[in-house]
Design a protein around this ligand. Structure first.
Ligand SMILES: [Ca+2]
Ligand SMILES: [Ca+2]
Ligand SMILES: [Ca+2]
Length: 813
């Protein structure tokens, strides 16, 4: 056991509940007993579980206690299912060339869990694709696609999923599906042929191997033993032996920008090294000629940076190489793929995001690309008022009142217009819409991005990708998001947190958005699954969660005030509606008691500050500038990081007093930035949340651009490029570009609506490297289903377009 509280030998780490099951998204496949096998996390979810192949929303055990005993080299956890008043103790300890997992019960299994409670461990399908296994000597091949046997059972026998939700659409038949094992044995060897993946599991109790993907595409291969009925004490033991290669050293990761570099830019590769690796003295940059020859451009000493989390880092500076051309880096025997040095490298880095990713996310439209239809025209049955006192599984909550003129489940008119699917799911999140609108408005006003590669016909509700229509796409996208926010204000009176399907069996939808609902308005006079052609008896229309917060009101005011300016010459009636609604809402909020968004409020910038600024820019009315000046300094004192961006955006509109005072804050902000160089070798703010932090890094780089524009003597351009290079490949774990199709090598597997196909949507930006506590950063490129690593969201996409405009602007100078 190491000092960080996990078991470690060369090539193998065993985590025992260093990461817990999450009560918010439930089973994220990042908790329990886990295995990092030769640098790759291959097993997760080791715990007492109640299903053969638990799904995301099946009950997870609560970790009631965790005890590390160094003297006996043991980690023990107490796991509790409060729904069954059932507790078990699981202990893990090294033994010979593996480890023992032992399950103890103080009381016999509750009768309801006999034949249900078992010890499970889940193995990543992608790590075992095209590999084999041996069950008591009987050979088998891991299935590439699920096709093992399942049985149907009456729902009365099913252990209910959390809060009574249900992932299964049984079409009213009262059934559920139970997968059967691929095989069973006492000794199971996974991948005997592959020394990096070979794991042997032995037990006196029968081991069963299941394929979780029969029930859910994000399922893993599950090894499971049932706990015996009527027994206490040591009721189950596994001996697990992951093969460990002696003297194994992880292949170095050479981090650099996959897009390449402007000749005048700082150029720094960051090389990530195994702790057991001896850093080399030098790396070399080669230029590739049209004849295919490699010519040495620079050989330079590496600068040690030191240790960050579990690896060592050295840096390779090739800033001095300025000749336009194709290059690669060689470190030891490893050569990177080629990349570009050229003044034009940033000319098109946002094209995929604006040309493809945003059109595919467009709600209430049919979206076509050449011969392919991305999705039909969805959600014409929007939307119903959410019922009161309702906790939704995606984090939405409707409180004790609707705060609207609508009764619970009453139809709200006018909402089937505009908007984007916020992420890999299909809900409308108003807060994200506001962020997108503000980023797009800023990109338009600063950089005039007038690219036209999308045909968008609002009247016909039809979108065609790679087909110019004479209108700038940025304005058309901004119009599309604004249409939904304005519709909320006009029809409901205030912005709502979001609009989302009510049933869990709809929510996990994969594929064409048009099929998540039946597209027909709900009609209670009909039976479920019955339709008269115009309406249907299936309660599948999306619900609007309508509770009102000042945080969201002000954020929407800011977005619509900005939208007003940008849309004036493009769609005057909508631009007028934006300002009318923004001013009305602002007047209302002036006299309302301030109410913070309890979920997102604390992560967001001061939205009242944003609202006052945007209304002032649009109207030049001094009531807004006065309010801005009243609150800006306090906001900066409370959170410099969150509010410096808004304060910098105000720079052109305020005088010398303001600028001089702000300067002191920018100096402090610069000092915070310099601190990141000591935190990690990339010099950017890497976060440790349950959702990886690329959005934070992109927003940070944009803020640094604002600071560089206003105070170039304080904030140099390198603070913008550090963020950019990180996103484009100079980051931990791998050197892939986090923007699909941007750069020589980029994300080809992401958590989009097409994740079941192990594909991507061009231009999406993934969350990036996720920290598995205490020290493992991960971004998988063979498994799309870890949303915290691979789910692209709209606000990040829009921020990427803005950042791309900024770096093109800087490169041009
Ligand atoms: Ca969502
Ligand atoms: Ca267009
Ligand atoms: Ca419907």
């Amino acid at each position: 056991m190491n000092d960080l509280g996990y078991f470690e030998t060369r090539g193998v780490n065993v985590f025992v509940f260093n990461n817990e099951f999450n009560g918010f998204f439930f089973d994220e496949k990042t908790a329990g007993i886990e295995l990092i096998h030769h640098g790759v996390r291959t097993a997760t979810g080791g715990a007492v579980r109640l299903q053969n192949t638990p799904e995301q929303w099946d009950l997870v055990p609560f970790m009631a206690d965790r005890k590390i005993t160094k003297s006996t080299n043991t980690i023990e956890v107490v796991l509790r299912y409060k729904e069954f008043n059932f507790e078990s103790k699981v202990s893990v300890t090294p033994s010979k060339d593996g480890f023992l997992i032992t399950v103890y019960l103080d009381k016999p299994l509750p009768a309801a869990l006999e034949g249900r409670a078992g010890f499970n461990m889940e193995f990543l399908p992608a790590s075992y694709f095209e590999k084999t296994y041996m069950a008591d000597g009987k050979p088998g091949t891991f299935p590439l696609y699920p096709s093992s046997t399942t049985v149907v059972k009456p729902v009365s026998e099913k252990i209910p999923q959390f809060e009574g939700h249900n992932t299964f659409d049984d079409r009213g038949r009262g059934e559920y599906i139970d997968p059967m094992p691929l095989g069973s044995c006492k000794t199971l060897v996974l991948a005997p042929e592959d020394p990096e993946r070979r794991v042997t599991i032995q037990s006196e109790t029968e081991l069963m191997l299941f394929d979780g993907r029969n029930l859910a595409q994000n399922g893993w291969f599950v090894v499971r033993s049932l706990l015996p009925a009527g027994k206490t004490g040591n009721v189950l033991q596994w001996f697990v032996k992951p093969n460990a290669l002696p003297n194994w050293i992880r292949t170095p990761v050479i981090g650099f920008s996959q897009v390449g570099y402007h000749p005048d830019q700082e150029k720094m590769a960051v090389i990530e090294l195994d702790n057991n690796d001896t850093p080399l003295k030098k790396a070399t940059l080669y230029r590739v000629t049209p004849e295919g020859e490699s010519i040495e451009a620079l050989s330079a000493d590496l600068k040690p940076w030191g240790k960050y989390l579990r690896y060592n880092y050295v840096k390779f500076d090739f800033t001095s190489v300025k000749e336009s051309g194709l290059y690669f880096i060689q470190y030891g025997n490893q050569k990177t793929n080629t990349f570009v040095i050229d003044p034009g490298v940033f000319d098109d880095i946002w094209h995929a995001t604006l040309d493809v990713w945003f059109p595919v996310q467009m709600d209430h439209m049919k979206v076509n690309e050449a011969y392919r239809v991305w999705h039909g025209l969805p959600y014409l049955d929007d939307a119903l008022q959410a019922p009161v006192n309702h906790q939704h599984f995606d984090g939405y909550f409707q409180g004790p009142t609707t705060e609207t003129r609508f009764k619970p489940l009453e139809r709200i008119p006018g909402l089937a217009v505009g908007g984007w699917f916020d992420a890999g799911d299909f809900d409308i999140q108003t807060g994200s819409h506001n962020s997108v609108i503000l980023s797009f408005a800023d990109a338009w006003e600063r950089f005039g991005i007038s690219r036209d590669e999308t045909f968008i016909d609002q009247a016909a509700r039809y979108v065609d990708i790679h087909r110019p229509d004479g209108k700038p796409d940025l304005l058309q996208q901004l119009e599309h998001g604004t249409l939904n926010v304005v519709a909320q204000l006009q029809n409901i009176g205030h912005p709502v947190r979001g609009i989302i399907v009510p049933n869990l069996h709809q929510y996990h939808h994969l594929g064409d958005a048009i099929n998540e609902t039946d597209n027909l308005p709900y009609n209670p006079a009909l039976k479920p699954y019955e339709s008269d052609g115009k309406s249907s008896g299936t309660m599948d229309d999306r619900w609007a969660f309508t509770n009102r917060t000042s945080t969201l009101d002000y954020h929407s005011i800011a977005a619509l005030a900005a939208s007003n300016r940008v849309l004036l010459d493009f769609n005057k009636p909508l631009a007028d509606d934006c300002l009318t609604q923004a001013k009305r809402l602002y007047e209302e909020d002036k006299t309302r008691v301030f109410k913070e968004d309890t979920i997102f409020g604390k992560f967001r910038s001061n939205t009242e500050l944003m609202a006052a600024l945007q209304l002032f820019i649009s109207t030049k009315d001094s009531q807004y500038s006065k309010r801005f000046e009243e609150i800006v300094w306090k906001a900066l004192d409370e959170s410099l990081n969150r509010n410096i961006s808004t304060a910098l955006q105000a720079y052109p509109y305020f005088g010398d007093d303001y600028r001089n005072k702000l300067k002191d804050y920018v100096i402090k902000y610069k000092a915070l930035n310099d601190g990141y160089d000591k935190d990690n070798p990339y010099g950017v703010p890497i976060s440790a949340r349950g959702w990886a932090g690329n959005t934070i890094i992109i927003d940070w780089a944009i803020t640094n651009y604002y600071a560089n524009k206003c105070y170039p003597g304080i904030m140099g351009p390198e603070y913008v490029f550090k963020g950019l290079n990180y996103i484009l490949g100079c980051h931990p774990y791998s050197n892939i570009s986090f923007v699909s199709t941007v750069g020589t090598r980029s994300k080809k597997i992401t958590y989009g609506s097409n994740r079941a196909d192990f594909r991507f949507i061009a231009g999406g930006i993934v969350p990036g490297v996720l920290l598995l506590k205490p020290d493992f950063l991960e971004n998988k490129e063979d498994w799309p289903f870890l949303w915290g690593e691979n789910e692209c969201v709209i606000d990040t996409g829009a921020a990427w377009v803005l950042l791309s405009g900024a770096v093109k602007d800087m490169a041009g100078k």
